[in-house]
Design a protein around this ligand. Sequence first.
Ligand SMILES: [Zn+2]
Length: 353
Amino acid sequence: MTYEQAKARIPDRPLPEFWVGDLGRVDKELAKVRTAKVEVITRTPGNRPVHLVSFGEPEKTVSKANFNSAIGGLDESAYMNKEARYRPVILFVGPVHGHEVEALTGLMNLINVMETGKDLAGKERRELRELGRRCRLLIIPAGNPDGTARFEPRALNGMTGSDLRFWGQGTWTDDTFCGWPQSKRQHPMVGDNVRFLGCYFNEAAVNPMHDEFFAPMSGEAPAILDVARREGPDLAVSLHSHESAPALLRPAWVTAEKQEDIRTLAGLYHGLLDERGIKHGGIFSASAEGGPNPAALNLTSAIYHVSGASSFTFECPHGLADERSYKVDFQGILEMQLALYEAMMRHEIAKTQ
Ligand SMILES: [Zn+2]
């Protein structure tokens, strides 16, 4: 598929008022924020700001060691005495794959709920706001603004798997899709063989989900990890999208206990989806890494290793039109996102009681 062909396939349609699929809208909405602290945690290779929006005051903690040294010293609280805090700290990492704007929409709506009690369509969400006020919420609405800036359709809902592959992972110079897993076998995605750079990547062709965390190739992942390191969240999510049902993925390269914690959260989330008539898949089984194709130590894993957070990846359906894809409309996507945030807050608040 060529760029011209991909552009011609973008449907000419109005997007719902609550949908946030571009950075201009993010700027407009963030300019209205009054009750949160909004800061720029880094600038991308394309010179775009990565924002952090924090609701709730930080509580005092003591830190005597970095996380892995504290673990080595058999005392996790040497990294941070999290048990001294009254309120849970939750970190939401918006799309590091720029086209996965379902989460950009979800997080910008969450920000508006915390500000006004309503989502961006004006619907009352008081209960979610009350839960949010019992936590400290750290929201990075766009984890890869360069990638999102390249995403011209602003939504993949009702489009096809081919559109997803074009905009997501990009194309080679013969106009075939890079696709998965080949799109991860060249990183950074630079070279004579690359034509359209997919929205997985920033302007330096780095996919922040798979940055080299011990010797970073770009700034987004380190800035996200800095937030995790200094804040010590109890729970953290990296928000993604895919073709299938909504799913919490098994966190890799973390302890069995952290995997079980996320399994419990998945059960709570599925309960909320059942109440709201939204279909979902099963829950992963906890397991150790191994086998011929072990899971990668990705950004989600790295968040645990710098902060001790229960950290997981969430995959939201785009609502593609292909027969085998999970079907959901724009409103359904917003409900799935907000239900996830609600489940995360309830899960952590329950531990403080
Ligand atoms: Zn993704």
